[in-house]
Design a binder for this molecule. Sequence first.
Ligand SMILES: [Zn+2]
Ligand SMILES: [Zn+2]
Length: 88
Amino acid sequence: MGKIIRQSPYHCVLCHFYCNTAGQFRNHLLSSSHQKASEPDENYWCVFCSFLCKDQDLLLKHIEGEEHQEVIRAINGSMPIIIRSPKV
Ligand SMILES: [Zn+2]
Ligand SMILES: [Zn+2]
């Protein structure tokens, strides 16, 4: 399991949550535990693509989009997608 966690490309800093797929990450973003931890104006940042947005829906569209999936395949999960608070 430790190996999987280190390779996980999706990382929610707020919840210390890691996962491997866009689908799992979507489930996390929509979960009540994440909703509780996050602010309405949370920044979402995809390190892969230098994609920054303030909208969860935009982020989900981004990480499930063709362009992003290509990048993930190319770098083989070596960099995370990060959600982070603008206050940090
Ligand atoms: Zn979270
Ligand atoms: Zn991306």
